[in-house]
Design a binder for this molecule. Structure first.
Ligand code: PMP
Length: 414
């Protein structure tokens, strides 16, 4: 209590008095009137974000998505009968929700099974499942870093990593994209108790790969931990889709921690942090995004388990999606992708939106990234390859890219 102030116990009568008596003040101006101005300025800049519900049948105007290059369902598992059945079985057995936080009633035997399967597949001793990849990043970075610590974060890291850095209250050094020398300089400057180096393995917007071996070498040399977001690596990169860390021989190293999402190659929903058993135990004990969040729904757990089983039975799928990504890059003249994501630079937001609309009118759904999701002047089409694309799909995509003006000058013969 501030000295000089007086507190009075609130009784039912005092609450009723304050809430029912008119104050006599004139009505305040609408305190949310600024929202309309804000929306208008975003509209005129061509940046307004809108929801466009996905349809499974032709839309009212007769248009229909025939080729989906916009979703993150890289392996086409999201509607695969075996994965849907895995989710349905868990749903029937456990019900629609997990009923509580993981520490209270939200952990089922299935959660443990999924954690064991993920740890085994990605190559770590332990895994902890979160309700999303976003909360996995929040829990991981806030659990492993705090005031007095340093997080060195790549300038193009995903928003969930950016938010996690802010929430950690550690000092954050943002280094130019892929610049290992800048990471080394940030670590060498000292002044920290503990340090993390955090990067995506395959970048979500540009589709390029992080220099994991070099980042690990400098992190290790300075006694820092390397944290790698494998959201776009799991199921796409590395042997049998084990991820970029496995490909680099870094999975399971004691000074490496990974985060994953279950919502991209695995076709479902949820996320996880992977590391040593001690990392897992520490996050269970301290990560607020884990402790105060309702556990992942059983259907999502069952679906992800079935997707992992399917991936193990079909180790050819990751190579198939990477091959299709390479073909999409060749068609559009985009840089060679490290995984499934192909980034076709357009420049300004309006022509990017127009190109995406033209593709859609030709039955090809593509992503369109504009500021602030990507830096100004780098609006682009984002094409996500899928393992289940057919040659006919690629032909249709070629026609759409030509109409949208994003077909490469020299298209390789297929
Ligand atoms: N990290 C990266 C790199 C991502 O692209 C995403 C998904 N947009 C996330 C984390 C968040 O994962 P989720 O969608 O499961 O919350």
């Amino acid at each position: 209590v501030v000295p000089g102030t007086r507190t009075e116990p609130q009784t039912a009568a005092s609450v009723a008095k304050t809430t029912t008596e008119p104050t006599g003040d004139p009505p305040a101006a609408d305190p949310l009137a600024w929202l309309a101005d804000h929306a208008w300025s975003r509209e005129v800049a061509g940046l307004r974000r809108r929801l466009r519900p996905r349809t499974l049948t032709p839309a009212a105007d007769g248009s229909q998505v025939r080729v989906d290059l916009a979703s993150n369902d890289y392996l086409g598992l999201g509607r695969h009968p075996a994965i849907v059945e895995g989710a349905a079985r868990a749903l029937r057995e456990w019900g629609t929700g997990s009923t509580g936080s993981r520490l209270v009633t939200g952990t089922t035997a299935l959660h443990g099974e999924l954690e064991a399967a993920l740890a085994d597949h990605v190559g770590f001793a332990g895994a902890l499942v979160f309700s999303s990849g976003y909360t996995a990043n929040l829990g991981c970075l806030t659990g492993l870093a705090g005031p007095g610590d340093l997080i060195v974060s790549d300038a193009l890291n995903h928003a969930s990593i950016v938010d996690a850095c802010r929430l950690s209250r550690a000092r954050v050094a943002i280094t130019p994209h892929g610049d290992v020398a800048a990471v080394t300089a940030a670590l060498a400057a000292g002044g920290w108790r503990r340090a993390l180096v955090v990067t995506e393995s395959v970048f979500s917007a540009d589709g390029d790969a992080a220099p994991l071996a070099e980042l690990h070498a400098t992190a290790r040399a300075h006694g820092a931990v390397l944290v790698v977001d494998e959201a776009h690596g799991l199921g796409v990169v590395g042997p049998a889709g084990r991820g970029a860390l496995a490909a680099a021989g870094l999975a399971g190293q004691p000074d490496v921690v990974a985060t994953v999402t279950l919502s991209k190659a695995l076709g479902g929903q949820g996320g996880a942090v992977l590391g040593t058993a001690a990392v897992r135990e520490h996050l269970i004990d301290t990560a607020r995004a884990f402790i105060f969040d309702t556990g992942l729904a059983p259907a999502s757990v069952g679906g992800a388990l079935a997707a992992l089983t399917h991936l193990r039975a079909h180790p050819e799928l990751p190579a198939a999606v990477r091959r299709r990504a390479g073909e999409l890059a060749a068609l559009t003249g985009a840089p060679r992708p490290a995984g499934a994501v192909v980034s076709v630079l357009v420049g300004e937001p309006e022509p990017a939106v127009a190109a995406a609309a033209t593709c859609l009118a030709h039955g090809v759904a593509v992503g369109c990234f504009r500021p602030p999701t990507v830096p100004a002047g780098t609006s682009r089409l984002r094409l996500a390859a899928r393992a289940d694309l057919s040659d006919a799909d690629l032909t249709l995509a070629t026609e759409a890219f030509a109409a949208a003006g994003v077909l490469a000058a020299e298209v390789p013969a297929r």
